[in-house]
Design a binder for this molecule. Sequence first.
Ligand code: ZN
Length: 198
Amino acid sequence: MHDDSGGIGFREDAVVVVRGGVIETVTSAEAVAELPAAERIDARGQVAMPGLINCHTHAPMVVDSGLRANLGWAFFSSQGPESRERSLEFALRWRGAANGRITTSLAPHAPYTVNDADLEATARLVSDHGLPVRIHAAENAEQTDNSLARCGRTPIETLRRTGLLDVDLLIAHGTGITKKDVPLLRPPEVRPGGGPEG
Ligand SMILES: [Zn+2]
């Protein structure tokens, strides 16, 4: 469980009291010995924890699966401007589907498959439509090295330059993010050098 300072700790031999589908308290077995309950679950030897959130997966049919999901249709510059339009159309059409279980993003595939002009256009589009963005970036160290060799900047620097670090952005994979990139991922108002560069 989270403590008051946001740290995560484990409590042994705890009892979780749920009322009306909401956790009312986390306490000890003695404290609830006399408490009337509609159901008691003996979970000795198990751990109670918040549900896991998968931030990025490649999967179809999610409405049918019953999952709650944020979906984006990936697009590539090589497919022309229609593919960006299709990604936007998908995001607008499915936003709020399945009684709100489905939310959507615009999904430029990656800085090495979507050019800077298309990334800039994406940043403008999501501001207009109030959508988040998901993108593969700095997926591994080799990909970051390739980016430095190709254009002299890391994938994260490209995201900053094209304005994507100023919108609601989910970076998928990201294991090639460098130490130097980390300050760029701070909110624009506390980021070194402020907002996007020219
Ligand atoms: Zn991926």
